[in-house]
Write a protein that binds this ligand. Sequence first.
Ligand SMILES: Cc1ncc(COP(=O)(O)O)c(C=O)c1O
Length: 409
Amino acid sequence: MDDLPNSLDAALRRRAAQVIPGGLWGHLDAARLPAGYPQFFRSAEGCRLTDVDGHTVIDFMCSWGPIVLGHRHPAVEEAVARQAALGDAMNGPGEVLVELAEALVRLIPAADWCLLQKNGTDATTACVTVARAGTGRRKILAARGSYHGAAPWCSPSLVGVTAEDRAHIIHYEYNDIASLENAVDQASGDLAGILVAAFRHDLGRDQEMPTPSFARRLRELADAAGAALILDEVRAGFRLDLGGSWEALGVRPDLSAWSKAIGNGHALAAVTGAERFREAASSVFTTGSFWCAAVPMAAALATLAELRRLDGPAHMRAMGERLRAGLAAGAARHGLAIRQSGPPQMPLMLFEGDADFARGNAFCAAALRAGAYFHPKHNMFLSCAHGPAEIDAALEAAEAGFAAAAAIG
Ligand SMILES: Cc1ncc(COP(=O)(O)O)c(C=O)c1O
């Protein structure tokens, strides 16, 4: 850890700083986390994670989403080993591509077809391209502050990005129908698609579920304009509802972007779409050297089957509710005011009046030392490997966190 100069983690950080710009890229840079968080990990099993210095914790980030069944889940790893023994990167896809595409189309009511890629950014970018190809128009609406990936058209940073990269992106406010209607007006006849995250999960602020009227209005406006409604399921997908996060709202998208949980940690992304955009999807040129690799597809087939068998979303919801109730009780015992938001499967806890996250950071640093890896301002993730015993053990670690947060004046 970085505050222990003789640790292996600190030695690896020093070596990384020599050969990797900034030591590490993007959100995986542990320097953005409270002091004491490790940068490097040795191993992971179930819902436990061991850093390179041998400290084991109960993990509530799940690789920032991909681990939905638990680290190294046996059913997934068996499927991976079976496919690896046959071949992975070949001159084209294996049989498993068709099996997985069929499985996704069966599972997701809004899907008539699917394309596969590697990362969430590949999938959101492909959705935008297919929407433009299918409509012959240029403008894409996106909620201000929503994360859709690290490509120039959507990156949260403007460094290295040109105005031209963003020329056809128009912003609206999530859950704000008036601002959405205003953005549609601005697109005036050139609207290709409206992009929306499954729920509002912007960094450092309370999460918000979409209101039913907002979701319905998105659908109406996309239909009225002949544009695509694009649902970004990269973060929420396969945790809220296996058929799609908006199934309960009764609003179905034309295009959806998936990744993270689809292969329980194996690199895969998907775009699924409605019949109306099939021709557009077949007309765009989209590919990647590793997009046909068979092993992650085998992992995805096994992951989806296991999620269905276990009713993964229901399990994660129940465990998330147990965690949420325990955190509420712990905070109350220490006289601390907290706000918890978002779906229980992807919880976020913020301290009241903690604009600089000082209490959140103190809570997380102390809880980490006591055995639970929480995040002070990004939504966390439950997996099917979190059971009542693990939640209760994490809540004990949270006690140390609340004591540290309460000690801040
Ligand atoms: C909602 C959402 N969309 C897109 C992405 C981009 O995915 P990736 O980092 O795999 O490119 C993310 C990543 O966190 C995300 O949360």
